[in-house]
Design a protein around this ligand. Structure first.
Ligand SMILES: *[C@@H]1O[C@H](CO)[C@@H](O)[C@H](O)[C@H]1NC(C)=O
Ligand SMILES: *[C@@H]1O[C@H](CO)[C@@H](O)[C@H](O)[C@H]1NC(C)=O
Ligand SMILES: *[C@@H]1O[C@H](CO)[C@@H](O)[C@H](O)[C@H]1NC(C)=O
Ligand SMILES: *[C@@H]1O[C@H](CO)[C@@H](O)[C@H](O)[C@H]1NC(C)=O
Ligand SMILES: *[C@@H]1O[C@H](CO)[C@@H](O)[C@H](O)[C@H]1NC(C)=O
Ligand SMILES: *[C@@H]1O[C@H](CO)[C@@H](O)[C@H](O)[C@H]1NC(C)=O
Ligand SMILES: *[C@@H]1O[C@H](CO)[C@@H](O)[C@H](O)[C@H]1NC(C)=O
Ligand SMILES: *[C@@H]1O[C@H](CO)[C@@H](O)[C@H](O)[C@H]1NC(C)=O
Ligand SMILES: *[C@@H]1O[C@H](CO)[C@@H](O)[C@H](O)[C@H]1NC(C)=O
Ligand SMILES: *[C@@H]1O[C@H](CO)[C@@H](O)[C@H](O)[C@H]1NC(C)=O
Ligand SMILES: *[C@@H]1O[C@H](CO)[C@@H](O)[C@H](O)[C@H]1NC(C)=O
Length: 692
């Protein structure tokens, strides 16, 4: 009787089809491939066939069948549970479920009671799936059991029959090892087939409407972590200002005093065409601890504290004397530095602080660059893990020493550091580290002393502007600048290899000079870009191309951009939107999109001769504020995405107006309201009266 019920429950669990609401994870297979829509049926893991994407093909399905048969499980209920667990490899989220890159678990994370709240699946089915597995299978003999205790301490389970109770004393022991969800709390396996939400995306945008709210040229922008309507703006030369953002529709410009920056780091920063203040990040608890971080370049010949170890060293079989000079610069003359500063000094309440001490509190990281280009330098805090991500380029010159594929080098990598826990002194004095930080335990190479434990992902050429989707933080996007032919957008995952210099985008790359050798294509599993464009598509008149990674639009101002990833090219007057269909599938289609200048733009935009598009100058970066409005940081100023109707782009779902009427507490608009604005405002007030 009890057995029958359990069998029923197991079958129900393994065949019920659940959608993953607003998925937190992005789909990826354990072999680093994106899942594909099956064009064939799976005979064994049949619940994955049909229309949903899967990580299994017929061969993988057959291998799982063999593995299942080799377990020789006679108990039907346990067999059904084991089958659904094995078949989780076919899930389009298998990389997350099995925590791939580079270590693949034998068993997916099994949802237990503590993880069910974050698994984003319906409650009754996620409650203690781990407990159900334990209770259904604990006394069942399993051959070649996939449930293996950790190697240290206990021996592995024999390939002859064993029961779960041979290795674990209790459900608690068992679920401490197999239960839960990976660190970013994205997904765990609850016995259900997870498939994609096929909801249609928002109506297609006709164009991006921009207003110019400042004349200045900046490289970095970050919202104030206190959630207020303020942003930090950093210039390449090394000044950082704290500016108040005007309300949408107010006609105002950014408010700040140019002569009184929040902090002036120009004395530390080496500023030259490709060098300067490259990144800016505020600690997630900045509002209470006042900690903030700047990533910049220094010049060893000018600054005594510019003393990082050279990235060209014997660990990576690189001899600095063989690098040659680059534009007159000596190897490792220029360095990448991450420094910590404090805004705590001037007031107990960090929200009220308007200037910070420019003296460094702590040197986090210093590394010498082989050449004078392609050194990335953006810094970002992970929204779910709180770790500091540093984007490192390959160092330049087409990566002759193949650093980007070398796991003993931090060049061409996404680096992930824990700046909250201080390292053991020996790690610093031993020079095994590049500064003062510790290693997050779940970094992919954290346990391998032969590899650089700081690495999160590899195979990047020059990651130029990465962002986390604010609604789905496991979507971590990076634009990666191409060499000669192709600019790409990557979805970064743990241990992921994005191909450079074996590949440039989807194309095989043939280096003209490769003293450091090549990486064989057969030897690596690379993750192809999700979007990109060929130089031939944009540089007909410009002769150059360089991608500018942007953001997934989550603002409310232009609902037609909602959920779409915006990116641009530095030189070309070109912007794209990337749309994921189906939702949470990782399948992106990008579309070139026109842009225009709002007729109410507080500072009129420049027109470009012979082009319907306004001239923004060079596009250096994108930014996002606390309202999730998106900004373009260009050489001619700061441009904010505004309501599409202000550019005569129709978006059927655009709301009448999103700004509050100017009251006594808000600043008067800098320009007079148009008649259209007054009508809109009136309708907002009437709506407000109605809904009260
Ligand atoms: C599918 O997506 C839509 C729009 O994002 C969302 O409102 C809805 O809840 C989702 N449905 C499910 C079952 O996840
Ligand atoms: C499915 O697609 C793959 C690759 O596109 C192809 O090689 C294979 O023959 C197809 N299978 C069927 C059953 O159509
Ligand atoms: C999957 O394919 C198998 C074999 O063709 C078939 O028996 C099964 O009904 C299919 N299942 C689903 C859910 O489509
Ligand atoms: C599989 O299990 C059955 C019954 O539980 C047993 O008779 C048989 O010998 C087992 N097969 C193998 C290869 O161990
Ligand atoms: C659930 O999983 C977590 C993470 O693996 C684990 O620490 C916890 O002890 C588990 N809870 C139970 C009740 O087993
Ligand atoms: C922007 O720059 C133009 C000239 O380039 C100047 O006339 C104008 O006053 C500036 N506007 C603001 C708000 O700084
Ligand atoms: C800090 O200052 C802000 C802005 O003035 C204020 O809103 C907030 O309540 C203050 N916080 C504390 C803890 O005093
Ligand atoms: C340097 O590191 C190694 C291994 O990481 C360790 O065994 C050794 O004690 C360290 N040396 C010093 C001087 O701390
Ligand atoms: C590392 O940083 C911590 C925290 O600021 C500090 O106490 C320690 O002295 C630093 N160590 C070195 C070697 O700089
Ligand atoms: C590396 O690849 C390039 C271009 O494909 C080739 O010319 C060169 O000989 C290769 N170098 C080595 C060491 O294999
Ligand atoms: C990817 O998106 C395109 C465009 O919407 C669509 O035609 C295609 O079927 C999608 N592919 C997959 C694998 O979902």
């Amino acid at each position: 009787m009890q057995m029958g019920m359990r069998l029923g429950a197991a079958i129900l669990l393994s065949f019920s089809l659940l959608l993953l609401p607003a998925s937190r994870a992005f789909p990826l297979c354990t072999d680093a491939r994106a899942p594909v829509v099956l064009n064939e049926t799976l005979g064994f893991c049949a619940s994955y066939n049909g229309s949903s994407s899967s990580c299994c093909d017929a061969a993988a399905d057959a291998a799982l069948r063999s593995q299942f048969n080799a377990m020789n499980v006679s108990d039907a209920a346990c067999a059904a549970v084991l089958k659904s667990i094995l078949c989780a490899k076919c899930s389009p989220y298998s990389a997350d479920l099995f925590d791939a890159g580079p270590k693949i678990r034998t068993i997916p994370f099994l949802c237990n009671s503590t993880s069910s709240a974050t698994s984003a699946q319906s409650k009754e089915t996620t409650q203690d799936y781990c407990k159900l597995v334990w209770e259904t299978c604990k006394d069942v003999k399993i051959m070649n059991s996939p449930f293996q205790p950790p190697l240290q301490g206990s021996a592995t389970l024999p390939s002859t029959s064993s029961k779960l109770t041979d290795a674990w004393q209790s459900e608690n022991d068992f679920c401490t090892l197999f239960g839960g969800a990976p660190n970013d709390q994205s997904v765990c396996f609850s016995g259900n087939v997870v498939s994609f939400n096929t909801t249609q995306p928002s109506p297609s945008p006709k164009g991006i409407c921009l207003e110019r709210i400042d004349n200045g040229s900046y490289l970095n922008m970050a919202p104030h972590p206190d959630g207020s309507n303020r942003i930090f703006l950093g210039s390449q030369a090394g000044k950082i200002w704290l500016a108040t953002v005007p309300e949408q529709g107010s006609g105002g410009t950014l408010q700040f005093e140019e002569a009184s920056p929040f902090v002036d780091l120009t004395d530390q920063v080496h500023f030259d065409s490709v060098f300067g203040l490259m990144g800016l990040a505020f600690h997630p608890k900045f509002a209470t601890n006042g900690r903030f971080f700047a990533s910049y370049n220094c010049d060893r010949t000018k600054s005594p504290s510019c003393t990082g170890r050279c990235s060209c060293n014997s660990d990576v079989s690189c001899d600095p004397s063989k690098l040659g000079t680059d534009n007159g610069a000596q190897p490792c003359q220029y360095q990448v530095v991450v420094s910590e500063y404090s805004a705590k000094g001037s007031s107990a309440n960090v929200s009220e602080v308007t200037s910070a001490d420019p003296s460094e509190v702590r040197r986090i990281f210093t590394m010498g660059l082989p050449y004078g280009s392609q050194h990335g330098g953006q810094v970002l805090f992970g929204p779910t893990d709180g770790y500091l991500y540093l984007m490192m380029g390959d160092g330049g010159k087409g990566d002759p020493f193949n650093f980007a594929q070398n796991k003993k080098s931090l060049l061409g990598k996404i680096v992930r550091l824990d700046i909250d826990n201080t390292p053991r002194e020996s790690d610093i004095t031993n020079k095994s580290f590049w500064g003062n930080y510790s290693i997050p335990k779940d970094n992919p190479y954290a346990d391998d002393s032969d590899l650089e434990p700081e690495i999160w992902a590899l195979g990047l050429r020059n990651p130029w502007r990465c962002s986390f989707d604010s609604e789905r933080p496991s979507y971590f996007f990076c634009g990666d600048t191409g060499q000669d032919q192709y600019e790409e957008v990557d979805l970064i995952s743990k241990g992921g290899n994005y191909g450079w210099r074996a590949y440039e985008g989807p194309l095989v790359y043939h280096p003209s000079w490769a003293p450091g050798g090549n990486t064989s294509l057969n030897y690596i599993n690379t993750i192809p870009p999700i979007m990109g464009y060929s130089h031939a598509d944009v540089n007909k008149n410009i002769g150059s191309a360089s991608i500018m990674g942007g953001y997934v639009y989550r603002g409310s101002t232009d609902p037609c951009l909602s959920g779409r990833y915006l990116y641009a090219d530095l030189y070309a007057s070109a912007m794209w939107t990337g749309t994921e269909t189906p939702e949470s599938s990782g399948n992106y289609t990008s579309t070139l999109i026109p842009f225009s200048c709002s007729k109410d733009s507080p500072i009129p935009c420049d027109t470009a001769a012979g082009s319907p598009l306004p001239s923004l100058g060079y596009i250096y970066s994108f930014g996002e504020d606390n309202s999730k409005d998106i900004y373009v940081l260009a050489s001619k100023g700061v441009y904010r995405v505004v309501r599409p109707s202000l550019c005569d782009y129709t978006c059927p779902t655009e709301k009448a107006a999103t700004n509050r009427p100017p009251g006594p507490s808000s600043k008067a608009p800098a320009i007079g309201m148009s008649k259209q604005m007054r009508v809109l405002l009136l309708s907002v007030i009437m709506f407000w009266v109605l809904v009260r």
